[in-house]
Design a protein around this ligand. Structure first.
Ligand code: AHR
Length: 640
């Protein structure tokens, strides 16, 4: 190397060292491993499963037939139209009232036509069928056709699976058939073609059909989609709040969620119009929600209607029924098998208790009407079941309710990534009251697109650091909502998107996973010396700067049950940030979550764009955080 070249290289090295040293001074992270701020909450990270966006029917519930009992209407009005079914051949159909029918099972369909006439169901935007897998069909039939050919087929393609149902008579009979698919197709339909015993007979015949159901044989507990259960289990949720949300309240009291109408024989459950624009079967009823919690290892957190809907309230003198509903749901979940509701649970196949621990009274309810109703339920529950933790709402008010026992307050916020990174990240730095906080719903919704994106996920990560640092009061938190059928995204974004042939996730899913997989038992003191930046507000003309001061680097530290120190850092800026980490060093496992740009998100059938990568490293002070990233350092040996 000649002297000129040497001078140039040396100069460049000095410059890069200087840049690094100066920049690292900006982001100094000090972990105080001997300074325990508080014990961690046992149940910090959980789920919120609302019946929204076809999250249950068309989502986690593995039922493939839509409008399976011919009770759906066209829109909110229950009227006699044949939704999600089409005719085959020259068939005519008639939706008929069933004689002696149960209150919730009023209709069946009558199909009339010549040999080969029938009906076809399109499922939830098609039925995804996989080669080699089995599917279990059941259907109730009666009539003067003698048999039916049943098939899974996609329009214009060869039949994927077929079976014959023989022995149709004038009496209702339920037939059970199992198919094995010979091919894979995400867009199949379920077709029924009916024939008289003599297939040359060209006269008109008819058949009545009801209770049509098709489940993949691999459904978990015969109920839940296996791929979605895997996505939930991977989050190791401590609890699951269900079933809403606004779904609990209903737009009107008559449509509010009432758990007693969702148990027992699935064909006798109330089918009802869901305010998120579809008919709900309640096939996943109160019992199945509890079962789902058990399957994924989450404590149930039931949110019960408190006698208030979006437009009307139950008069105070009629609240006894709602108080009783609350007491009875606890007995159903936890009571002995010789209690009234414990016996109903046992008869449904679950003699062991479900261990309901949390009961939320109302969703997003507030004001004087809530003040009057909450204590009626809360006092009765506390008296009979003092062990149940009671969750209250504060909604459209700056005051907390003043009467009735309460353990946790449910806070909800949806906002932009800027507001998450600046304001909500510090929401719980100050103590709020003599109760714990349950952040029951939160998500970056503004600027997050239909499927979420990297910057939204990083905004949520910043807020989750705040929850983690403040576990002296934040006891539980759940992203919202959990699922949206990818074809029915009325509320956006959501955490997981089921499709007919699988599912894909919002980048926020990885953030949830990383926090849950890296929990602590103690919160450690952490100081971050960093600078702030201001963002351009999309709301201001000319994109001027708004008032958000966002700390570039934010963090939290915990000690895990096995003694590991876990440091989580978020780079909220769109430039890489050098950091100087003090107080903890040595061999570490480092996981970096980031993506190619702020809008990056995943799409169905495409490789994940926003990812986690894990590697081993030696933590010796300096490191660099990629733009818009969450970085988790797990350090087994603590040295100072
Ligand atoms: O999560 C979607 C909706 O947001 C919930 O139904 C409601 O509680 C909140 O307003």
């Amino acid at each position: 190397m000649d002297s000129k070249m040497f001078a140039l290289v040396a100069g460049a090295l000095v410059a890069s060292v200087r840049v690094c040293a100066v920049a690292a001074e900006e982001n100094v992270v000090t972990v105080h491993t001997d300074d325990v701020v508080c014990e961690a909450s046992d149940d910090l990270w959980g789920l919120f499963l609302e019946d929204v966006n076809l999250s249950i029917d068309g989502g986690i519930y593995a039922e493939m037939v839509r409008n399976r009992s011919f009770e759906d209407g066209n829109g909110a009005i229950r009227q006699l139209t044949l939704e999600y079914w089409n005719t085959i051949g020259n068939a005519e159909y008639l939706l008929s009232e069933k004689q002696g029918a149960h209150l919730n099972d009023l209709h069946c369909v009558t199909v009339r036509g010549r040999a080969g006439s029938g009906l076809v169901n399109e499922g939830y935007f098609g039925m995804g069928v996989k080669e080699g897998e089995s599917y279990n069909l059941s259907v109730a039939l009666r009539g003067d056709f003698a048999f039916a050919d049943v098939s899974l087929e996609a329009y214009g393609k060869p039949v994927v699976a077929k079976a014959r149902i023989d022995g149709i008579t004038s009496e209702w009979k339920t037939f059970n058939v199992s198919f094995v698919a010979q091919d894979t197709d995400p867009r199949c339909c379920l077709a029924f073609r009916f024939y008289p015993s003599d297939t040359r007979d060209n006269t008109i015949h008819e058949v009545q059909m009801d209770h049509v159901s098709l489940f993949p044989a691999n459904a978990v507990c015969g109920l839940f989609r296996r791929d979605l259960i895997e996505r939930l289990s991977a989050l190791h949720p401590s609890f699951m709040r269900f079933p809403g949300g606004c779904w609990v309240e209903g737009d009107e009291m008559r449509l509010a969620y009432r758990w007693k109408k969702t148990i027992g024989d699935k064909w006798n459950r109330r089918t009802q119009w869901n305010r998120w624009k579809y008919w709900a079967t309640n096939g996943v009823g109160f019992h199945e929600y509890l079962l789902l919690c058990e399957v994924i290892g989450a404590k149930p957190l039931y949110c019960i209607n408190c006698g208030m809907s979006h437009s009307d309230n139950v008069p105070l003198e009629k609240m006894d029924e709602f108080v009783q509903d609350a007491l009875d749901c606890i007995e159903y979940a936890n009571g002995p098998t010789d209690s009234k509701w414990g016996a109903v649970r046992a008869a449904a196949g679950h003699p062991e208790p479900f261990n309901l621990e949390y009961l939320e009274i109302g969703n997003e309810n507030g004001g004087p009407d809530y003040e009057a109703r909450y204590p009626l339920i809360a006092k009765a529950v506390r008296t009979k079941y003092p062990e149940i933790k009671l969750v209250f709402n504060r909604w459209a008010s700056t005051e907390d309710i003043s009467d009735g026992p309460r353990d946790l307050r449910d806070d909800h916020f949806y906002n932009s990534a800027d507001i998450f990174m600046s304001r909500h990240a510090h929401d719980y730095d100050e103590k709020k009251g003599d109760f714990g906080i349950f952040v029951g719903e939160y998500a970056v919704t503004t600027g997050a697109g239909r499927y979420g994106n990297l910057r939204a996920a990083i905004g949520e990560a910043a807020v989750m650091l705040g929850f983690e640092r403040n576990q002296n009061q934040v006891k539980l938190a759940a992203y919202a909502p959990l699922f949206a059928n990818a074809q029915h995204t009325v509320w956006t974004p959501n955490l997981i998107y089921p499709t007919t042939d699988g599912c894909f996730v919002n980048p926020s899913w990885n953030v949830q996973r990383l926090f849950s997989a890296n929990r602590g038992v103690q919160v450690l003191k952490l100081e971050v010396a960093t600078s702030t930046f201001r963002t351009k507000s999309p709301k201001k003309k000319g994109g001027g700067f708004d008032k958000n001061n966002i700390e570039k680097v934010q963090g939290s530290a915990v000690r895990a049950a096995n003694g590991d120190v876990i440091v989580k850092l978020v780079n909220c800026s769109e430039e890489k940030q050098p950091v100087m980490i003090k107080g903890v060093s040595g061999n570490a496992v480092k996981t970096v979550f980031t993506g190619p740009n702020r809008e990056a998100h995943n799409l169905p059938g495409e490789p994940e764009l926003v990812k986690e990568t894990t590697s081993s490293m030696v933590l010796d002070g300096q490191d660099v955080l990629p733009p818009l990233s969450l970085v988790v350092y797990r350090v087994p040996t603590v040295s100072r």
